[in-house]
Write a protein that binds this ligand. Structure first.
Ligand code: ADP
Ligand code: MG
Length: 320
């Protein structure tokens, strides 16, 4: 199993080692990772990549992952839009955008025919980071959508207008889903091309995962043949516990092609950033949490570029 070096060192570290104490080595390791990721050339996709960030469990790191991966990509120059599809509005808060009950929001897009551009706000985090906020009205949308025509397709149609219009293009759209598999999440799966599942490295991590995978498969069969589970990110990893290691190992065994090598550790910096209306990327850019999310974002960008290149060579009849 691949683990970040810091965690490997932590579990095998010995204070008598020449390299110094485990803590000293961990700091040296973080400085090295920071240097590498700062200079890493993060590629841009040739067309917009639309992700639904989903897991029907609450508190597994969906919003934290959405906000920090989005911020990390924006920091590297990508134009990134976060669509907050959770009535709790945590992504809107973390990105520092207004989302009171009067604010035009993704609810107005789904229910009142607003365009996505009508409701987008720039995030003060980075010049190229934007958010379509959620407000409290979205809490009623699940029920209001039931009686709408084409109720599963409303977000896809709105996102398509955004992708086709004359405005400046986005490189990435991340849809932060609520913790359920209701109509809002279905709208996200129909609008997206890729699903990113954050999995918390804790005991019940895999419980309910098959239900989520079934839902993705159903959407793929009936509503959105272009959808694929492209990315799994292990979050809240604690390398000192056997449990975290065991969960990570199990998930990697089941999904060898989807799980990112980068693992997001549990850190205080990650959890306190949202209370300042910030991502950890801007709140504490050199911290372990920020470096880990920058690495995860770089991996997502590189995997995307590789799969574009594979698709291109397949299109040109290259069967390699
Ligand atoms: P979800 O969107 O899946 O409900 P959140 O992203 O809101 O989950 O995370 C749930 C809680 O865990 C939040 O308080 C968040 O700050 C905290 N959290 C998420 N990831 C980490 C992490 N890597 N380290 C520490 N706390 C984290
Ligand atoms: Mg959330």
């Amino acid at each position: 199993m691949k683990q970040p070096e810091s965690n490997r060192e932590k579990s095998s570290g010995s204070a008598s080692n020449d390299a110094g104490t485990p803590l000293a080595r961990e700091i040296a390791d973080l400085s090295k990772r920071r240097r590498i990721i700062t200079n890493f050339p993060v590629p841009l996709p040739s067309s917009t990549r639309v992700f639904a960030v989903s897991n029907q469990k609450g508190g597994v790191g969906k919003t934290t992952t959405t906000v920090n991966v989005a911020a990390a990509l924006a920091k590297n120059g990508a134009r990134v839009l976060v669509i907050d599809l959770d009535p709790q509005g945590n992504a809107s808060t973390a990105l520092g955008v207004e989302h009171n009950s009067e604010t035009p929001s993704i609810y107005d897009v789904l229910i009142d025919g607003f365009t996505v551009r009508d409701v987008i706000q720039p995030s003060p985090e980075f010049d190229t980071l934007f958010c379509a906020p959620s407000t409290i009205h979205l809490a009623g949308a699940e029920i209001e959508l039931v009686s709408q025509e084409r109720r599963e397709h409303l977000l896809r149609e709105a996102v398509q207008v955004l992708l086709d219009d004359e405005g400046e293009k986005f490189d990435y759209v991340f849809i932060d889903c609520p913790p359920s598999l209701g109509l809002l999440t279905i709208n996200a799966f129909v609008a997206a091309r890729e699903v990113l599942i954050p999995i918390q490295c804790e005991y019940y991590a895999l419980e309910g995962l098959s239900q989520l995978l079934n839902s993705i498969q159903m959407i793929e069969s009936h509503l959105n043949p272009g959808l694929r589970l492209s990315t799994i990110l292990l979050t809240m990893f604690d390398g000192r516990t056997n449990l975290s290691n065991q969960v990570a190992e199990d998930v990697r065994a089941h999904f060898p092609d989807q799980v990112l090598h980068t693992v997001i550790p549990r850190t205080v910096r990650i959890s306190e950033a949202p209370s300042f209306g910030q991502s950890v990327i801007s709140y504490d850019p050199g911290s372990l949490g920020a470096v880990s999310y920058l690495e995860a974002a770089a991996e997502i960008a590189v995997w995307g570029r590789k799969s574009e290149q594979r698709a291109q060579s397949a299109g040109m009849g290259d069967t390699k």
